[in-house]
Design a binder for this molecule. Structure first.
Ligand SMILES: Nc1ncnc2c1ncn2[C@@H]1O[C@H](COP(=O)(O)OP(=O)(O)OP(=O)(O)O)[C@@H](O)[C@H]1O
Length: 265
């Protein structure tokens, strides 16, 4: 498997893309994120990993500003999360593809491009951006197909293309590789790395598949609304003496359980 470590030297590190401190979120009667503290560095791919229900989507919603009942500090691209000026700087792809089934791939992209960059004077630029976004997600040969006739994975890629339209500085992707075959998964991860390397895009990518962890520059590991660890895959492996990030995760879970037992004795 590809290994993208180590992090480059931390000289003159710019302000992180995301900075959270004491971040807590309640949903209904429950606290689902507990006092999280972490940073997401710019221009890198940060994987947000943890079991189903641990709070990954809730954290992503908080970062993009669509989650209610968020307390603590949460700064995104130098502004408080949810600030109106962040809207055009963040691309967000939810787990459910948000595309119009009765429009073709290109028509879907044209529609969102017209919202982002309206007016006749921008028509040529829009056309160029739409063509580029369709190519980025490898759907050029399906550009004139109705979205409703595409596979689930292809529809997900249309959503991703929409998110790429505004050349966002931060791309927040909620489980983008679910249901994709290994070739498409590999190609999508290659696209993520290209975006980070050539456009300086910051990516925050959630997954509950631990083998995707090795493809990230950095990881945030979560469990039951708490942060287990935040580091590079290699550092997590060496810290726990584990061969894989999955084994490192399990070791950190045992460690945290041991601490809880100690404190309740
Ligand atoms: N609308 C809601 N009201 C109350 N609780 C909710 C709501 N949506 C989610 N939750 C709870 O919040 C917790 C975190 O859910 P979240 O969807 O963020 O987890 P996740 O890690 O993204 O899960 P998955 O990997 O399955 O998508 C879960 O315990 C869930 O039951």
């Amino acid at each position: 498997m590809m290994n993208y470590e180590p992090d480059p030297p931390d000289t003159a590190a710019p302000a992180p893309a995301v900075h959270a401190d004491d971040l807590t979120v309640t949903r209904g009667p429950r606290t689902v994120l507990h006092h999280l503290r972490f940073t997401v560095p710019r221009g890198r791919i940060t994987g947000l990993l943890g079991p189903s229900g641990c709070g990954k989507s809730t954290l992503m919603r908080a970062i993009v500003g669509t989650q209610a009942k968020v307390t603590g500090t949460l700064d995104v691209l130098g502004r408080p999360a949810g600030h109106p000026t962040l809207r055009s700087r963040i691309g967000y792809v939810t787990q459910a593809p948000s595309v119009y089934d009765d429009l073709t791939v290109r028509q879907n992209l044209d529609y969102f491009a017209a919202i982002l960059d309206p007016g006749r004077a921008a028509a040529d630029r829009r056309h160029q951006h739409v063509t580029q976004a369709i190519a980025d997600v490898d759907l050029t040969s399906h550009a004139d197909a109705l979205a409703g006739n595409l596979s689930g994975g292809q529809r997900g890629r249309v959503s991703l293309a929409v998110a790429l339209l505004g050349t966002p500085e931060l791309l927040v992707l909620d489980e983008p590789t679910v249901g994709l075959d290994p070739v498409l998964r590999r190609d999508l991860w290659q696209l993520f790395h290209d975006l980070a390397a050539t456009r300086g895009t910051t990516l925050l990518v959630s997954s509950h598949v631990m083998d995707e962890a090795e493809r990230c520059h950095r990881l945030i590991l979560m469990r039951e609304g708490e942060l287990l660890a935040e580091d590079t895959p290699g550092a997590l492996r060496s810290r726990t003496g584990a061969d894989t990030v999955e084994a490192a995760f399990l070791s950190l879970v045992d460690e945290a359980a041991g601490r809880t037992r100690e404190s309740t004795r």
